[in-house]
Design a protein around this ligand. Structure first.
Ligand code: ADP
Ligand code: CDP
Length: 236
């Protein structure tokens, strides 16, 4: 693997150029942050845990016909991906109420949403990721109305595939955030799908197995992350 200059260093990953102009190298670091970077730590093994789960889920989604940026793992923390022109949207799918939707609206924690709710936030930490509606997305030139429909249909498919998978390993997929980017004329799934970007509750107990353990100091974060990785590995 040839790793070139750093293209971007975010809160949890560093993106490097590769020897190919249309491919990037993503390094998953052990950094963990919450509350717009207000809470920060380093947890040994966190990068590898998230990279492994992301790679697995991208593979599962590709098998189901969802196009993703994933090419292959180069080592346990290093992923080779297609270089996308990222669309600054956080597409959030919610099967149950938790987090900001409970803080901002009169929903009860754990309440089921059937059909699932899709929320689109503007990815901009300085503005605290404000929620968008379709007209604002079009006015900002992020997507056309037709592309919004396609992205929402894709997000619901991602939800169906992942929810069924997690059901099978005793975990409830409460909600998750995904990001899309442009690759030529195509729009495909980028970034990561990991315990940092999903809420997973143990079935029956509603015990958090995701970044909420870190956000709200609910216990040993890495124990939760390793438990999810182990269940996934055990399912293969
Ligand atoms: P953040 O920017 O939220 O702090 P990260 O530390 O996870 O997040 O940094 C990863 C960055 O790389 C994000 O801004 C994400 O949009 C971007 N990214 C993810 N996948 C790709 C890709 N395939 N091509 C280009 N950029 C990507
Ligand atoms: O964390 P908070 O309660 O503020 O956010 P949310 O809107 O309830 O988050 C919904 C889902 O998206 C959760 O699984 C978050 O982990 C994820 N998310 C994310 O990965 N990155 C963000 N910037 C915001 C949310």
């Amino acid at each position: 693997m040839t790793r070139g200059d750093i293209l971007y260093s975010g809160k949890a990953k560093t993106i490097f150029l590769s020897e190919k102009p249309d491919e990037l190298i993503v390094s998953f670091r052990d950094d963990i942050t919450a509350f717009d970077g207000g809470k920060k730590d380093q947890l040994e093994g966190k990068g590898a845990s998230n990279a492994g789960v992301s790679a697995f889920l991208f593979g599962l989604l590709e098998e189901a016909g969802v196009r993703t940026h994933f090419i292959r793992m180069e080592d346990p923390i290093t992923m080779r991906v297609r270089k996308l022109n990222m669309i600054p949207l956080e597409v959030i799918v919610r099967n149950r109420a938790a987090g900001s939707i409970v803080r901002n609206y009169p929903f009860t924690e754990g309440q089921y949403f059937n059909p699932p709710i899709i929320v689109t936030d503007y990815k901009d930490d300085t503005r605290h990721d404000p929620m968008l509606n379709d007209d604002i997305i079009v006015a900002l030139d992020l997507l056309t109305h037709e592309e919004i429909d396609a992205v929402k249909a894709s997000a619901l498919k991602v939800n169906r595939v992942m929810k069924a998978f997690f059901d099978g390993i005793g975990l409830d997929l409460v909600d998750f955030k995904i990001e899309y980017g442009r690759y030529g004329d195509a729009i495909m799934l980028g970034d990561e799908i990991s315990m940092d970007s999903m809420r997973l509750w143990e079935k029956g107990t509603m015990k958090s197995m995701d970044k909420d353990v870190y956000r709200f100091e609910k216990g040993d974060v890495m124990e939760a992350y390793h438990a999810v990785s182990a269940r996934i590995t055990g399912s293969r």
